[in-house]
Design a protein around this ligand. Structure first.
Ligand SMILES: C[S@@+](CC[C@H](N)C(=O)[O-])C[C@H]1O[C@@H](n2cnc3c(N)ncnc32)[C@H](O)[C@@H]1O
Length: 230
């Protein structure tokens, strides 16, 4: 779509300034905006992922494109401590808990109670409650002091674009990682442009996280960041 057309449509459909900013800042480049990305970017602007979407994200067919074992297998080992911010209802949490085994643990962070309630129920049913800890946080109070320097892997999937203060987010994640611990970031191609993703990566690097090269097929909205030590 041409930028002037997007401008006019945005003005009428998304009167909130934040929605319009979101479309340009986090959305795809103007030339690749289509009807779906236009609607999607506007809907996502003022909201975090709603609980009905949380159920949708649990769809087992998602494994065909985002298999937790394929995505995290190379990084997660038995006995590890994993932190999963923005876990929603736990599409990744339960598989991660199986991957770390009985001696490991997964700490799942959320800002929405409903997501955590469903996750806790699913963990109980799967017999994994003893290795999954659910924590309700607020956007400006992470409360992770007890984890300083103790986390092996942070798994942040499709959530960083929803975080308003990204610099703060990355500094909290860098603080909890062990030296050489890894932060894996995966963002949705649909509404995070390459440019927005690179800006986000710059904030991560400013927080003391070094970017590692990933295989090309990871698609440009994925990054593995390692905590700089020394
Ligand atoms: C699109 S969902 C992704 C859920 C999950 N990672 C997945 O891929 O299935 C993003 C989640 O991040 C949560 N979230 C947004 N901002 C957050 C923050 N600052 N800290 C923790 N969770 C946050 C939202 O409540 C929402 O459940």
């Amino acid at each position: 779509m041409e930028k002037p057309i997007i401008d006019i449509l945005s003005y009428f459909f998304y009167p909130s300034k934040r929605s319009r900013q979101f479309l340009y800042h986090y959305g795809p480049a103007p030339e690749s905006v289509n009807l779906f990305t236009f609607i999607g970017a506007g809907l996502m602007a003022d909201h975090v992922c709603p609980p009905w979407m949380g159920y949708f994200l649990l769809n087992p067919l998602r494994r065909l494109v985002e298999s937790p074992e394929r995505m995290f297998g190379p990084f997660v080992r038995k006995g590890m401590t994993i932190l999963e911010p923005g876990c929603a209802m736990g599409f990744f949490t339960l598989p991660l808990a199986r991957m770390v085994g009985p001696t490991g643990r997964v700490i799942a962070l959320e800002i929405q109670d409903k997501m955590l309630a469903v996750l806790a129920r699913r963990a109980r049913k799967a017999g994994l409650s003893d290795r999954i800890e659910v924590r309700r946080i607020t956007a400006d109070r992470y409360g992770l002091d007890d984890l300083t320097g103790r986390v092996d892997v942070v798994a942040a999937v499709h959530m960083v674009h929803e975080v308003r203060d990204k610099a703060r987010f990355f500094s909290e994640m860098a603080k909890v990682l062990r030296p050489d611990g890894r932060l894996l970031v995966v963002e949705p191609r649909g509404h995070v442009s390459i440019e927005a993703f690179e800006q986000t990566m710059a904030l991560a690097q400013a927080a003391g996280l070094r970017r590692e090269t990933l295989p090309k097929r990871s698609g440009g909205r994925r990054a593995c960041l390692v905590k700089n030590c020394g």
